[in-house]
Design a protein around this ligand. Structure first.
Ligand SMILES: [Zn+2]
Ligand SMILES: [Zn+2]
Length: 338
């Protein structure tokens, strides 16, 4: 086999011929290349003075990362040995294809079209390293049109009663989709953290309504005066200070958007008024579709239900296993795994 895949101290590492590559490490390592798939903080690391090797990342990810306080400005986007493939997860997200068709690492991935996000297309690769966040059959999401319809219906009913609605999703990625999907309600305000990411998306060419940030709206008294309104805010539980304040002052109701919201457990745990299964990741069926599209000889799974998803794939006839720690069982002995 021309490549080895294992989990090191700071993340997944690939050894391809005599080249070592770290994939989304949590801290810098001494590999030849470090790949940063996208600008979510669990995939970013802080560059140290002694950081060696080249960084591979899209220019969009570099810009979003900088806005979040992570400097990967020395990243390169093109190299003869690698192709960066759009993974449809958030703006700028890429997977890494090594050696033309040898290894493909997905980072986080979605193959579903969502507003301005185009679905990922999987390249053929002999070895596929795929995320498995929702790698259990119970995680199958409804069509986006259904989520849109149900949400608009709730907002409409609340507007009739004069009740404001807070739409909650992760501030980078999900919140921009929510802004696009529900930005036609009037008035729309956004949490300050969402306003910041929305303006980064706008700078990168996404046509997003630039709604007023909530602290400004609040200081102008607009949240009292302009009721009902829609606000887009980061996902948090009903016990968070922000939600409590919005409920106490304005009687707002909350709708949380996340892939974890299949079934009733998530709603119960968070205490949100409504939840909608909507994700920037593949659901279980989409993960299986992604694997089929890739036609791999070997599959490694990581994130979430890695062992369960690998087992499901084995039952379908794939040679699949979760990425294991270096040195655990298999004869993996990569020098860079310290
Ligand atoms: Zn992500
Ligand atoms: Zn992630």
């Amino acid at each position: 086999m021309v490549c080895k895949v294992a989990k090191g101290a700071s993340g997944i590492a690939v050894q391809y011929k005599d080249t070592s590559i770290l994939l989304d490490p949590s801290r810098p390592g001494d590999s030849d290349f470090t790949f940063v798939s996208h600008a979510h903080v669990d995939h970013l690391h802080r560059r140290g003075k002694k950081s060696k090797g080249k960084i591979l990342s899209s220019s969009q990810t570099t810009k979003i990362a900088r806005a979040r306080g992570y400097d990967i400005a020395d990243a390169i986007e093109e190299h003869d040995s690698f192709d960066l493939i759009d993974t449809g997860h958030i703006l700028g997200s890429r997977g890494l294809l090594v050696g033309g068709d040898k290894v493909f690492y997905t980072g986080d991935i979605s193959i579903r079209e969502r507003a301005f996000m185009k679905p990922a297309r999987l390249p053929h690769a002999q070895t596929l390293i795929i995320e498995s966040t929702f790698g259990r059959p119970e995680y199958v999401f409804p069509a986006l049109s259904e989520v849109t319809h149900r949400t608009n219906k709730i907002i409409s009913e609340m507007y009739d009663l004069g009740i404001p609605v807070i739409l909650m999703g992760y501030s980078l990625g999900k919140a921009q989709l929510l802004t696009k999907m529900f930005g036609d309600w009037d008035p729309v305000y956004v949490h300050d953290s969402v306003a910041k990411m929305n303006s980064v998306y706008a700078e990168l060419g996404i046509d997003l309504k630039q709604a007023m940030a909530h602290t400004e709206a609040e200081s102008l008294g607009l949240l009292s005066k302009n009721r009902p309104w829609v606000m887009i805010a980061p996902l948090s539980g009903a016990r968070s200070a922000f939600v409590k304040e919005m409920k106490d002052k304005y009687g707002a109701v909350t709708i949380g958007f996340t892939g974890w919201a299949t079934g009733n457990r998530y709603k119960y745990m968070t205490g949100l008024d409504y939840v909608m299964p909507m994700s920037d990741h593949c659901d279980y069926e989409e993960l299986v579709t992604a694997v089929k599209q890739c036609r791999p000889e070997k599959v490694y799974t990581f994130h979430g239900f890695a062992a369960e998803f690998a087992k499901s794939l084995r039952e379908m006839g794939y040679d699949a296993e979760p990425v294991e720690k270096a040195g655990s069982g298999k004869n993996l002995s990569l020098d860079s795994f310290r």
